[in-house]
Design a protein around this ligand. Structure first.
Ligand code: DAH
Length: 339
């Protein structure tokens, strides 16, 4: 009997399992109902009395050895599995990251900024919540001008409103410093309009202002001609039509030769060959004086354009609502144009 125990002991010592299945088979073979060790326990009563003590002790040791061997091997197999899970396979090609894209309004805004920075314009910004003085009064709007109407302007109180244009930043810049002033002011503006493909309650503008001695209408024309050629291509022409703004005198509306048909006539320019892109003019002397700039010494020009309008012409986007809907199918189309 004792020989049997020794024999099993050496079998157990030699055993080494690579898998949980093999280990389970080992357990059954020794400790299962018909296992070798269980059978030895069953034979205990046939052992002569004087050997019972030693045999029992050895049998118990054997059983414990097998049990702890099973636990030990189980842990080994488990940790091997874990290790193989965390092993890094350096040959697997990485998942490509999906690149984001800039919003078309940001792309066009950055382009406008770059074009004007190249000819010495600085960038200035002002608040979106503005007082009556900066948005209207200083800009020479008469008391009963329709733009002040509740229909157009989001008023917060009698004197405070969401700015209706970035021309308010002109006033702030002129109040801050004396000429020469050469600055552009990009920003968001608000109007109380019903939302449709052609109108929105908020949009973006870039205001331009140049004040110095002897600034002429010719300088304004050259600056705008330079800008449109940079923006839409060398062959682009501009045309100025007389217009009216309270803060400029004389004032003009600026058209560019159609960016689609180059002026031949198509349905985008409604067969006129021209597309309207901004307003401009010579800063009204009243505005200079309102901002403590001596209108007898200084003259200047100003212009204002809608960023959505420029983007619409550049990218053929015909619905203004697309710019604020955050539809990834729309935004994802500007990936290659990131600047
Ligand atoms: N502020 C005008 C608007 O929102 C645009 C504009 C026109 C700005 C003429 C100017 C300008 O500086 O000279 O419609």
């Amino acid at each position: 009997m004792l020989d049997k125990v020794k024999e099993i002991q050496s079998e157990v010592a030699d055993f080494n399992a690579q898998s949980i299945e093999k280990l389970e088979a080992f357990r059954i073979a020794y400790l299962g109902k018909k296992g070798k060790v269980t059978l030895l326990f069953n034979e205990f009563r046939n052992v002569p009395n004087d050997q019972k003590k030693e045999f029992g002790a050895q049998l118990n040791v054997l059983k414990k050895t097998i049990q702890s061997k099973i636990i030990e091997l189980k842990e080994q197999i488990g940790s091997k599995k874990l290790n193989s899970k965390t092993e890094i396979d350096l040959t697997v090609p990485p998942q490509p990251y999906e690149l984001g894209s800039r919003h078309p309004i940001s792309i066009v805004k950055n382009e406008i900024i770059e074009i004007f920075s190249n000819i010495g314009f600085s960038i200035s910004e002002g608040p979106e919540i503005e007082d009556d003085w900066h948005n209207f009064s200083a800009l020479n709007f008469p008391e009963n001008h329709p733009a002040r109407d509740m229909q157009d302007t989001f008023f917060i109180s009698k004197d405070i409103a969401l700015r209706t244009h970035t021309s308010s930043v002109q006033v702030r810049e002129m109040e801050k410093r004396q000429p020469p002033i050469r600055t552009i002011s990009p920003g968001r503006v608000f109007r109380n309009e019903a939302i449709s493909a052609r109108a929105h309650c908020f949009f973006h503008q870039v205001e331009g202002l140049f004040i110095d001695k002897n600034v002429s209408f010719g300088d304004l024309k050259q600056t705008l001609s330079y800008f449109t050629k940079q923006m839409f291509g060398d062959k682009t022409k501009i045309r100025l039509r007389p217009s009216y703004f309270p803060f400029t005198e004389p004032s003009a509306e600026v058209d560019v030769s159609c960016t689609i048909c180059s002026g031949k006539g198509c349905n985008v320019c409604k067969y006129s060959g021209w597309l309207e892109i901004m307003g401009c003019g010579m800063v009204d002397p009243n505005v200079l004086d309102n901002c403590k700039i001596d209108s007898k010494i200084y003259t200047g020009f100003a212009f204002g354009m809608g960023i959505e309008r420029i983007a619409q012409l550049k990218y053929q986007v015909n619905d203004l609502r697309l710019y604020s809907e955050n539809d990834l199918r729309f935004l994802g189309q500007f990936k290659s144009a990131n600047i």
